[in-house]
Design a protein around this ligand. Sequence first.
Ligand code: MG
Length: 262
Amino acid sequence: MKRKNLLALLAFLVATAALSAQTQVIAHRGYWRAPGAAQNSIVALQRADQIKCFGSECDVLQTRDGVLVVNHDAHIGPDKILIEEADYDQIKDIVLSNGETVPTLQQYLKELKKCKNTLLVLEIKEHSTDQKMIRATRDIVKMVNRMGLKKKVYYISFMPTICDELVRIAPKSQVAYLSNKMTPRQVKERGYTGVDFHYSQFQKNPLWVRECHELGLNVNVWTVNTEELMNQMLDLGVDFITTDYPEVLQKVIFERKLHGIF
Ligand code: MG
């Protein structure tokens, strides 16, 4: 190969490596659009791993009797039972749309252990009191650590009470703040490691991505579901994109590499 061609090839490879290191795909509530999956189901986590997502997001709440369950809404099932005021027995047989029963966090983490490609982006949900949120946070961190999964779990939350507690009890973990109520500088001052903002925050403040990086924060963005938005966020150089369409995002990233867009 001629020297010029070789240099061009090397430049391409370096650039593509830089891109793949730059923006990673996170499947929102798992890859739940895959056959046989449902939002926050164990199958959705398995499917995200199978298509080699960098991360699979899930939501965690705690029952009154202390069981951690994976579910997005505060209420669950046809009777709309409020999880934080229910005992686990009352909700354990509730079935997701794919036929699975509602997973506990312990079941979810056991499955995570088997994942070869995917880490878990674990959202700790709002509970009605600080006391409940702190109990849930401590119990989650204890379980993650006990199962040897410290490095395979990134934490996210809308609640400063939860993020603050995470910084205190899991100081080496990734902790990103989800709400639009803080600027990057405020997030940094509280000791969090990243932001995980709605994409509109970055449309309003496109310089925030650079500011985050200068502050040493990493940048995740939710929930980016169209190719147009995916390209916008890739142009801004975010570190992670959270999407309900992980395979579409993988295709967009692949095509950008082919066209040398970084
Ligand atoms: Mg979530």
